[in-house]
Design a protein around this ligand. Structure first.
Ligand SMILES: [Zn+2]
Length: 255
């Protein structure tokens, strides 16, 4: 039984569907292109069944756990480990590490989620939480959060020049790849998060401030909504509709 209300066509993916996706569809060339030269000592992570409660029986005790994948030969090896766990979600660590596993920086990112916008029908996040629907969202909220992603991108363009937008399966992420953003201090990150929040953006401050360092892996499957996380050009964002856009709909829903 699905616990959260989702836009039409979005639903939990089954274990078989997760498996089919990572075997057939998960595009490692695109993942490699996403990281480019940054693919050095990157840590990946999975959560098997925290929200969906769908997990391989042998991982019942670890269904909630964030499992870090930091020992692998190459991306194919990462994929094999993902297939072993068949997770609802896959992430990477925005921290940058040197060969001795010391943190040398962190990618700056902004996370806009539909539950954080106040919906004329479903109310605020607090209203949704009260009904136990903290992860539910509707197409109206999806559209509002898309408009927010557009204006946040415009806001960030004033400061930074290497920005990437990713449709995350639920909302949108904006990644900042400018070199100087990697070395921002914690205090500076918190300040940026706060100032964007003050400007009215429904961002998750934890992500921008850096406490939450994991971010959804582009081109992976979001198992709560059965959508593929895909990078988008800013110019595509206005017309992008995750309910119907083929790029983010996995084969098992395309029939
Ligand atoms: Zn709503």
């Amino acid at each position: 039984m699905q616990k959260y209300d989702l836009p039409e066509g979005m639903r939990y993916a089954t274990l078989e569907e997760r498996k089919g996706f990572y075997l057939e569809e998960f595009d490692l060339a695109k993942v490699a292109a996403w990281f480019g030269e940054r693919l050095v000592n990157v840590k990946f992570a999975v959560i098997i069944g925290r929200h969906t409660r769908i997990f391989p029986e042998k991982y019942r005790d670890d269904a909630d756990t964030t499992i870090i994948i930091d020992e692998y030969k190459d991306l194919s090896d990462v994929r094999e480990q993902i297939i072993e766990f068949l997770p609802e979600s896959a992430y990477y660590d925005r921290n940058v590490y040197d060969a001795n596993d010391h943190k040398t920086g962190q990618e700056l990112a902004f996370d806009l989620d539909p539950e954080n916008v106040t919906c004329p029908i479903h109310g605020s996040l607090a209203d949704k939480m009260r009904r136990g629907q903290g992860l539910s969202f509707c197409s109206l909220e999806l559209d509002m959060v898309k408009q927010q992603a557009l204006s946040l991108h415009e806001e960030l363009e004033k400061e930074f020049s290497h920005l990437k937008i990713v449709y995350s399966g639920r909302g949108f992420h904006i990644h900042v790849f400018d070199e100087e953003a990697y070395t921002l201090k914690e205090r500076e990150r918190r300040e940026i998060a706060r100032s964007m929040k003050r400007k009215g953006f429904a961002i998750d401050e934890w992500v921008t401030a850096g406490e939450m360092r994991l971010i959804r892996l582009p081109f992976s499957l979001h198992g709560l909504v059965s959508r593929i996380a895909v990078p988008l050009e800013k110019s595509e964002l206005e017309r992008f509709d995750p309910v119907s856009d083929e790029r983010c709909i996995p084969q098992f829903l395309r029939g």
